[in-house]
Design a binder for this molecule. Structure first.
Ligand code: ASP
Ligand code: MG
Length: 418
């Protein structure tokens, strides 16, 4: 049994969805297909939720945008009398109902309830269309299978409960192809949860692990993993293979290839992961698998733009000790701020994070009573794995380093354009 994961870009419009068929049709064995939301739907749903929660007058307009984009795709995929329209519309009716009393639950729980619709819409469209095109498949609502704790927006999988439910719900003896949602799950009492942004790679890996998949493939709009994002640097080189270890390190440092949590479940059962292009499915792509020892690799670049450096110092001039740190980390975790790099001195703690204004503002509100908070904006975080001095100095042309950390294999620099 194999697992395929299709992300937003691979199903962003009608022709992209039609392109799934030849890729799937090549597989003769059992297949689990894990799908994320269409294109940028998750962002659109985040905006919709924000509007519904805080600015109710804008919520209808945002709802209609999401509705319109999905209906348009449905119209180009299906015959006018197709039952798919009713199924899609009934999901939108559910979404509307959920939005009505959304402020009765806290924001994180509301987030999961609303944002999860992206995956429900996309799997409905894809599965219905494939069935209509003669490619038989069965659709499973993953919330009946993938159980998590109640940490909304970043839920942790309950592996034992999921293993049991998986046996009951994934009947490969009856259905050769099963289509399900990435990114979402549910708590034991049935509340919808999500696994963190871009989490459907992780869903696919968890399900690969639990199903003892032969291998897993992530279908992307690039030919595999390169020494840098081809959109950001000329002369990049495709990496034919990576060890699990290297892949974890790269995704941890922010390479957008795969979600950082994806590798562990695969490594634990030595399940190979292919990263391939849905535009050129016959090309070999990159394989991530077990490789003994350290790999000799060229410099690999990871750029994270739109970074902010937040410097936090206690108002009472006390040292940054463990109790301060634990307090600060607690605030970060409660809002969902992810630290990209951090550094502390006697009197201040600095973190480099993605500049997401909403998250930063919420964090600052909570820090303000006890700490002075300063910012340095418009920064970029540059990581070079397997760096050479030449690679570093080439990158630093026209840039000033605000913070630097290096070890033998990796250099990380927070930089500002001069
Ligand atoms: N649709 C979700 C997101 O955009 C999950 C995913 O794409 O992996 O974050
Ligand atoms: Mg996505």
């Amino acid at each position: 049994m194999k697992v395929f994961k299709f992300g937003g870009a691979s199903i962003k419009n009608e022709s992209a969805i039609r392109n799934l068929l030849p890729i799937l049709a090549k597989e003769e064995g059992k297949l689990l297909v894990v799908i994320s939301a269409l294109g940028k739907t998750t962002n659109a749903l985040e905006d919709l939720l924000y509007a519904a929660y805080y600015q109710s007058d804008r919520s209808e307009e945002k709802f209609l945008q999401v509705h319109e984009s999905h209906t348009q795709i449905a119209q180009s995929l299906f015959q006018a009398d197709s039952i798919a329209f009713q199924k899609l519309q009934s999901l939108f009716d559910d979404l509307r109902l959920d939005l009505q009393d959304i402020t009765t639950v806290d924001y994180a729980e509301a987030y999961d309830r609303i944002v999860a619709y992206g995956e429900l819409f996309s799997t409905c469209l894809v599965s219905e269309w494939l069935n209509a095109a003669g490619f038989e498949n069965s659709r499973v609502d993953i919330r009946q299978v993938l159980k998590t704790d109640g940490w909304h927006r970043n839920a942790r999988i309950d592996w034992d409960a999921t293993a049991v439910l998986l046996k009951e719900n994934f009947d490969f003896a009856k259905h050769r192809v099963i289509i399900t949602q990435g990114f979402i799950g549910s708590t034991p009492d049935g509340k919808t949860t999500t696994l963190g942004r871009e989490g459907s790679d992780y869903s696919a890996a968890a399900l690969s692990y639990l199903c003892d998949a032969e291998d897993m493939t992530v279908w992307k709009d690039v030919a595999g993993i390169f020494t840098a994002d081809p959109a950001e640097m000329p002369d990049v080189q495709l990496l034919d293979e990576l060890s699990y270890f290297e892949a974890i390190e790269l995704s941890f440092f922010g390479a957008k290839i795969i979600h950082p949590k994806t590798i562990k479940p695969l490594q634990n059962k030595r399940i190979p992961l292919y990263v391939k292009s849905f535009l050129n499915p016959d090309a070999p792509g990159t394989i991530i698998h077990e490789i003994e020892g350290r790999m000799q690799l060229p410099p690999i670049y990871i750029f994270k733009k739109n970074q902010i450096l937040i410097s936090i110092s206690p108002k009472d001039f006390s040292f940054i000790t463990e109790d301060h740190l634990s307090n600060i980390f607690h605030i970060f975790a409660s809002i969902g701020l992810k630290i990209n790099v951090s550094e502390n001195s006697a009197l201040s703690f600095s973190v480099c994070a993605d500049h997401d204004t909403r998250v930063i503002n919420q964090v600052v509100e909570l820090l303000k009573p006890a700490y002075h908070v300063k910012f340095n904006e418009n920064l970029e975080l540059l990581t070079i794995r397997h760096y050479t001095e030449e690679a570093v100095s080439r990158q630093l042309m026209g840039r000033e380093v605000v913070l630097e950390q290096r070890n033998r294999a990796t250099i990380r620099m927070v930089v500002k354009e001069l």
